[in-house]
Design a protein around this ligand. Structure first.
Ligand code: UDP
Ligand code: MG
Length: 320
């Protein structure tokens, strides 16, 4: 009898108490009739509530449920990265802990995978009814900007709910980027991909972890991390204004020789201020990139694990 394929389900969790057992039970029920082995890996991303204890409780009850405790809150993408690094499956499925990603869609993902697709991703079908108005606006704007600025196209509302074949996971692990934006990078690696829409459910318990400013920081950070194009755009704007200034120069000369230079003072000051503002803006764009080079050059790990019950080859070696 051929051995069954192993599916790793990776769940990032930040303050998700009350949701862990719910999701675990759904996953167990879902895999019961299916001909796959599976492991369920929860990555606790620095939760301040009872999340980790709930995960550990489930890990004690089920031999294929694992916990990975990060040393602090690193952010969802880093929790996913940690989970992917430890997943052993022939395919890895990433899913939110709060039941907003309907678990029954996993079957559909597995079918596509068996048909030969390497990545099966999902995107929100309709405007997210459960999101706040500011979340909807930032989300829309975020996808507009990132699509305009990068080479890969991201569907509006593309989710971190996807299946990734082990060969793609291997490629993702080899990327040596300290800043990771999974939704972009998974598209960027290519392979055979297919996406389908889903309707998000209501959050089971608790609140979303992202505040307005966290979302804004996330959006700007990810756009900058994913694309060098803002640098080109800013250089273009800078050049454009420099050209305008050159066109303006004859007017300044004429007004000087015609003797009405002093009335021109106001427009001069206005343009100096405007150009000064532009320069500050362009410098800050460049500054953000320099900051990112600085962060990467320090070569810090992008996450730190405090504890886990997953035994890896490296850890086994250490034990001997
Ligand atoms: N999450 C995380 N670290 C964070 C924020 C969120 O691991 O810093 C997890 C969270 O527990 C959930 C998923 O990422 O499983 C999505 O987060 P949330 O529901 O807060 O966001 P939204 O539904 O608005 O995308
Ligand atoms: Mg959510």
């Amino acid at each position: 009898m051929p051995t069954r394929k192993l599916i790793s389900v990776v769940v990032p969790a930040h303050n998700e108490e009350g949701n862990i057992s719910e999701l675990t039970n759904h996953i167990i029920d879902l895999f019961k009739p299916l001909d796959y082995s599976y492991e369920l890996i929860f990555v606790d991303d620095g939760s301040e509530d009872n999340t980790l204890n709930e995960i550990k409780l489930n890990a004690r009850l089920q031999s294929n449920v694992y916990y990975v405790e990060l040393s602090r809150n690193f952010g969802k993408d880093y929790a996913l990265k940690a989970g992917l690094a430890l997943a052993k499956g022939d395919a890895v499925i990433t899913i939110d802990a709060d039941m907003q990603h309907p678990p029954q869609l996993i079957k559909k993902m597995l079918n596509y995978w068996e048909d030969g697709f390497d990545v099966v991703y999902t995107y929100r079908e309709t405007a997210n009814k459960h999101a706040q108005i500011y979340q909807r606006i930032t989300s829309k704007l975020f996808y507009k900007v990132i699509n305009a600025l990068s080479d890969v196209k991201l569907e509006n509302g593309i989710a971190d709910y996807r299946l990734i074949d082990t060969k793609v996971v291997k490629q993702l692990k080899e990327l040596d980027e300290s800043e990771i934006f999974f939704r972009g990078i998974v598209k960027w690696v290519g392979f055979k991909q297919i996406g389908f829409p889903y309707t998000p459910s209501k959050r089971h318990m608790g609140n979303a972890s992202y505040s307005f400013f966290k979302l804004l920081k996330f959006a700007i950070g990810n756009i900058m991390a994913f694309s060098p194009r803002p640098l080109y755009v800013s250089a273009g704007i800078g050049l454009g204004f420099a050209a305008l200034a050159i066109l303006y120069f004859p007017y300044i000369l004429i007004s000087y020789f015609e003797g009405y230079a002093v009335p021109g003072w106001a427009s001069l000051i206005a343009s100096i201020e405007f150009l000064g503002g532009m320069q500050l803006f362009l410098l800050s764009v460049i500054g953000i990139y320099v900051g990112k080079i600085f962060a990467q050059s320090k070569n810090r790990p992008s996450y730190i694990i405090r504890s886990t019950n997953i035994v890896t080859a490296a850890r086994q070696e250490l034990d001997f």
